[in-house]
Write a protein that binds this ligand. Sequence first.
Ligand SMILES: [Zn+2]
Length: 831
Amino acid sequence: MNAARLLPLRSSLLAFAAASLWLTAPAADPSPRAVDVRVVEAIPTAQTNGFFVANKPPLQPSPLLKLPIGSIVPRGWLRHQLELEADGMIGHLPEISKWCKFEGNAWSSPEGRGHSAWEELPYWLKGYGDLGYVLGDKKIISEARKWIDAVLASQEADGWFGPRELKTGLKGKPDLWPHMVMCNVLQSFYEYSGDPRVLPFLSRYFQWLSTQPDENFGAGYWPKTRFGDNIETLFWLYNRSGETRWLDLAKRIHEHMQDWTTGVHDWHNVNIAQGFREPGIYFQLSRDPRLLGAAEHNHQTVLDLYGQFPGGGFGGDENCRPGYTDPRQGFETCGIVEFMHSFELLTRVSANPLWADRCEELAFNSLPAALTPNLKALHYLTCANQVQLDRSNKAPGIQNSGTMFSYSPLEVYRCCQHNVSHGWPFYAEELWLATPDRGLCASLYSASDVTARAGDGSLVRISEKTDYPFSETISFQISVDHPVSFPLYLRVPQWCENPSLQINSRPVPVQGRPATYLAVSCTWQKGDIATLQLPMKTAVRKWPKNNNAVSVHYGPLAFSLKIKERWSRYGGTDLWPESEVFPDSPWNYGLVLPDQNPEAALRLVRRAGAVVAQPFTPESAPLEFRVQGKKIPAWKSDARGMVGKLQPSPAKSGEPVETITLVPMGAARLRISSFPVIGSGDNAHEWTEPRPTSVSASHCFESDTVEAMIDGLEPRSSNDHNLPRFTWWDHRGTHEWVQRDFGKARKVSSTAVYWFDDTGSGNCRVPQSWRLVYRDGDTWKPVETDSPFNTQPNTYNQVRFKPVETTALRIEAMLQPDFSGGILEWKIEDL
Ligand SMILES: [Zn+2]
């Protein structure tokens, strides 16, 4: 990536190339018009577009402005996703979710008393209301309005609203997180309706928030990491009310919340997905470009470590964990939609087209497969490599235990079940943005109609027709009552090297560059059509940090192996079933690719006929690749049904060559997206089945792993939660053991144990006592030593002993009464 992109470049308009031509109208008007096309890296902010709400000084001028909700009418496959959402789980959640029951709900009660007093209802309403607004669906709008009216009627004299129990929800202090989400609900409602109750209501709430001590902005795990959401709302309110006290409050929040300006210090996937952007949001007040750079840096940090596979997300299941970086790690559905929303906000703040690229990448490749094709159920975790979606426990392969992969509309996925609501509606609201020079910008590409004021203030309607991302052609038909001059900005994605443009079928000579905008200035007349070509190329991407695996791309789309799906219902109702999906065809293929120009080995096949309404299924995918592959027999699922980890490429295979089919990643609910490459040379790797583990225990908690003891990851303390760990949880006060088997006799003389102890947050402690025994024939014998068997936390407890030759060592531990225990690392030294 171009390092210069780390800094905003809006101080000057960089024009790389300019082209102009004389144009005649398609209609009767014979007068020729000048068209000026520039390739720009920044959108100028010197002018003010008074038609839309923009940042007021002293906030940094926004290069891109959100249009009023309702200005953009999505069409094509995107509209169908929204219609499926309305017909599916999100449109019917009050029938399914106990948190969305109006009666007795703490969010709908005037006194703020009742059930469901946390994030679920606001999560759902945040997307549900917008779903109604973007579809113009009166039933949804009126159902959302019922809830919003109730929330607006629940305000206390001091400004607090909603559930009263949240006011003291954190050990007597307020739990401020769910209110951040409800503020977003009210922002959208106001943008749609202009309801006069909203601004005074939010002012009263933020007045109450202003009375809170600074320490409350850094309190509570969820609130402190996500407080940037409130900063965004405060800027939104300031731009509408002009009251500088909201900027003062934003500054206090920024200074006391989780620090995201100096890097990533919290590794929960959803906290990252919404928290990483906070410096970029706060940049608008500080006007320090290093903060915009900090958001970019945070994104790079996370993706470099945990996003080394296609799809635009990262492995955080529930947290990112050192050592868990294989493409079989998952990204929570909440993480997918929050990451998308972060990218949408940063696009507006910075006009850096890379953020829009990243939003499309997630929207096309990861979001669709997080849901069933009818959007009636979802799963918690979506992985780049994921070959079986059964309901059984996958921990510790993924961090969470229990059902995480199968599709369900029910409360098993609680947060995602409600929060997924805003993914597609927010996306649809950001397709088009306004520019300070009274122009319009096509930021995210989709078939749509936009109606907005531009140029001299005339209403301009643009009909965008395209099957993008399944087509590289996008046409914009302009509709105006009289000729109107305004610039039309068209985003050129990073992957596109040679965009081209025609206006009324006449080519415009333009030297486009990746990650720029084409700024097309013209006096537009009714019927003018601008046609943008964004040529897509087949690309094979190598992932050195994941064993040199490769992925296949075409424009913004990544591709996955087409695996035959067998769906099996296991629960739910006929209307709202829960389903497992099993592979009915082999998946363990490596790709046969030449070293030079591997793209030449891939053949693109376009499905005949028009793009169907729901293109995100293996059967309906508009594009496929054919490529040669070979099975790797030793690449198997593990005992819990998770795809085996990647091993180094090139990998050997003695199997016959087959032609295999790849489909877009978003269409593949079972998927291999990161492939090994087949090779035969001296450097080729013999794929091996994982050896039976050499470490065992009297008991291991299902979310922990015995492997953690020998993974070589150095703990920073006994309470280090960033590492895989072994625990005997939930055995308490018992006599337990762990064992290392060597396979053959080894002469050993020293061992060192780093105990796990989560005093302050859990119920594991260093043991009361322990000893070391070695295998001698059929019995275990204590080692001979004068060293004490220490139980110090935060350090290795080393014991040197008289050397023994043995095939196994065992630690026997007596746990403290009422407490469990565990081990982070166990080292053994040979003589
Ligand atoms: Zn979630």
